[in-house]
Ligand binder design. Structure first.
Ligand code: EPU
Length: 421
């Protein structure tokens, strides 16, 4: 899929933020942890969620999706694991299925997950955790064969070298129904992980957060639940950065969870954006040239890595230079090539991204090599003089609901470019 976008100096309109992708995906997998029905509300209609529905259906989960109501009903029936490599490879979050199948004490075959490959993204913490609960994992190329060999110790400690989102959730999955106590040291406490903890607790799990640890005492079973998914802080941040990137903008944000956006809003305020809260809505105004920023990307509550590439693009039109250091994914740099195509001035110096005022950005053909790079290309195309093409744009639909309509609602001149045959 190709998108055609013509530059615009002013944006105006209202945008409603959807449910969070990175919270929805593990919450869906929680259906494997109970025989009761779970009902999830505020489901975003994005291709990663549709793929997860297919994966769950293929292993014996009854899936009823009421798209108009944004509701998903999931219920475990008899599990039969027949995971297809091409499906597993389509999304990163397929690693949650490994954790949930381990929680069910099953032997199964699967594959390394796919998803955005902007950097090396190992899953060694996950595999080490599965081994600690008694699994042998044989690797045959990309295939992973899981065999439960022994029962696990009463008390298991997990020391995560880095606070990984995926590994923390997977350790929660394999611990909540296990007889005994599990302690996660250095867990990720990103808002999406907090959502999973909250829902699991409401389902009957015994999870205690103390200092920088999560202590889990296994329970016999979990029960069903109806749960509303938080609004997507990364989608919100992406459109906030779009509002910051044009000469003038006035955008009204609805369904926004401000608590999780503190550092993003603080950063944009420092750069010169104005905010006003009005009846549960946030009115965002850009009236003057941005000021450059020095930003370190780190774990929550710091500025999120998923917005680093889009922030890099927004900084191009600032009147002073900016420096960004991404401590989570220092190699998340696929956007640099696209920015250079538009004649933006950007350099990598000792893992620091240096962005210089680049007033004359040129339209071009940009490539969405990963999800967030794709949205960064959209912002670049709106800023660059002329009409640009974004290739591989279907990737952006993995994480942004109703992308084209939402952009049009803000007056972005966007069209889907049909391929000539
Ligand atoms: N890490 C390891 N080994 C592991 C796991 C992680 O070395 O086994 C390292 C990573 O290489 C990275 C750090 O730990 O340096 C943190 O990675 P994390 O495990 O937290 O990332 P993830 O769980 O694979 C999720 C999101 C990403 C988001 C990161 C960081 C999902 C499905 N993905 O990935 O979202 O960038 O957390 O917040 O939740 C996106 O939405 O565009 C996206 C890539």
């Amino acid at each position: 899929m190709k998108l055609k976008i013509t530059s615009r100096a002013r944006l105006k309109g209202t945008i409603k933020i959807s449910g969070s992708k990175n919270a929805t995906l593990p919450l869906m997998v929680c259906a494997l942890l109970t025989y009761d029905e779970i009902i999830l509300q505020n489901i975003p209609h994005i291709s990663d969620v549709l793929m997860m529905m297919k994966l769950l259906q293929d292993i014996g989960i009854r899936v009823i999706y009421q798209e108009d109501e944004k509701t998903l009903r999931l219920q475990k029936e008899a599990l039969f694991v027949n995971l297809k490599k091409e499906d597993i490879k389509k999304i990163r979050a397929s690693y949650y299925i490994m954790g949930a199948l381990v929680a069910n004490d099953l032997n199964f075959k699967t594959h390394y997950p796919g998803g955005c490959s902007f950097s090396k993204r190992p899953i060694d913490y996950h595999l080490d955790a599965f081994k600690k609960v008694g699994y042998q994992i044989i690797e045959k190329g990309e295939e992973l064969i899981f065999q439960k060999l022994k029962t696990s110790d009463d008390i298991i400690n997990y020391d995560l070298p880095k606070p990984s989102v995926g590994a923390t959730i997977n350790v929660l999955f394999i611990s909540i129904l296990r007889k005994g106590i599990s302690i996660i040291h250095n867990p990720s406490l990103e808002p999406e992980v907090q959502q999973v903890i909250e829902m699991l607790k409401l389902m009957g799990a015994n999870i205690i957060q103390e200092n920088n640890t999560l202590k889990i005492e296994g329970v016999d079973h979990l029960h069903g639940i109806t749960y509303k998914i938080m609004s997507d802080r990364i989608e919100a941040g992406s459109y906030l950065l779009l509002a910051a990137s044009v000469k003038r903008s006035k955008i009204i944000f609805q369904n926004l969870d401000l608590t999780y956006l503190e550092d993003v809003l603080k950063t944009l305020k420092q750069m010169g954006l104005h905010f006003k809260k009005h009846n549960n809505q946030l009115v965002v105004k850009k009236t003057k040239r941005l000021i450059g920023i020095n930003k370190t990307i780190d774990i929550y509550p710091a500025f999120p890595t998923d917005l680093q590439q889009i922030l890099s693009v927004a900084c191009l039109k600032a009147k002073s230079p900016s420096t960004i250091i991404d401590k989570i994914y220092p190699e998340r740099l696929t956007h640099l090539k696209e920015i250079k195509k538009a004649k933006g001035i950007i350099q990598l110096v000792n893992h620091q991204i240096k962005i210089y005022p680049s007033y004359k950005l040129e339209a071009g053909s940009f490539y969405a090599s990963d999800l967030r790079c794709g949205f960064a290309c959209i912002v670049l195309a709106v800023m660059a003089n002329g009409t640009s093409i974004i290739e591989n744009a279907e990737l952006i639909l993995r994480g942004y609901e109703n992308l084209i309509d939402k952009l049009r609602g803000l007056q972005v001149a966007i069209e889907e470019e049909k391929d000539d045959f």
